[in-house]
Design a protein around this ligand. Sequence first.
Ligand SMILES: Cc1ncc(COP(=O)(O)O)c(C=O)c1O
Length: 341
Amino acid sequence: MENIDWKNLTFGYLKTNYNIRCYFKDGKWSDLEISDSEKFSIHIAATCLHYGQEAFEGLKAFRGKDGKVRLFRWDENSKRLQNSAEAVMMQPVPNEIFKKAVIEAVKMNANFIPPYGTNGSLYIRPLLIGTGERIGVKPADEYTFIVFVSPVGPYFKEGFRPVKMQIARDYDRAAPLGTGHVKIGGNYAASLRASERAHHEGFSSCFFLDSKTKTKIDEAGPANFFAIKNGVYITPKSPSILPSITNMSLRVLAAELGLKVEERDIMVDELNSFEEGGACGTAAVISPISEIQDRETGAVYKFASGNKEAGQWCKKLYERLQGIQYGEYPDTHNWCLEIEC
Ligand SMILES: Cc1ncc(COP(=O)(O)O)c(C=O)c1O
């Protein structure tokens, strides 16, 4: 076990021992390569550098109560990386390669998986980039797939406590028929100015509205939004948000806990009527929201559960999902893959 202050880990990069690499060249994928270097040499005309041929994923492995290591829903991340690859004309990574590389990255860095009870996990970052050279705007013919890991603590420094968010109307993260539904670097570049401003102005993250009508809730920073009202779990149905695997899982758990589940448009005006609101994603799991401020109109939407503590449904959903991830609750949906390490 590494000498790390596990309890005070943040959501940041920490050097580990190894990463895994795999190369697509001459029409086929190479064997996996294990590297102990954090550096990578690249052609100056690689398409990832110029034309944004880049996609990534984020998933986690957890050290459970029983000492076992569980990888959460890797197959969904693999599928989503394939969708992202197709959206920007990259060579998709086959499931078997994705799975093997992720498992190898976890095993090779087993000493960096935070112990049970520290609230930490091993964050896994698969990355696919166009490495073939081009000067004209065209897809590359060579690709590199890398998987690296980093032990992480909670995403929001407040932990599982309600946070304030800001609506940014003067920026769009994604276009209606653009690439908002896939996990490619360009979306994040487009969101940086609004998110940094939100942080600077004291908010934990910023909300983007649908860019066409500016009337509906779209993405909650690097997370999906969900709300609870009258026994219903409501989450936006939008072609420009990333289909969150956490949200997908919460919808199942919400139904099991007795909530009705609705995926539909959420108008900004409706924010006033919610009992609870939250942002969900791999990094934060659930971030309960106390209020949302509209930077331009000045409107403030407060959720009934208030500032102090997460609402009852956010708590229940969080406990159930983390319970499955840490092996405290039966994994009835087979979401976790146990890794021997
Ligand atoms: C823009 C965006 N939305 C939503 C999510 C949540 O997705 P997931 O639950 O699969 O991590 C993420 C990533 O974490 C994201 O970057």
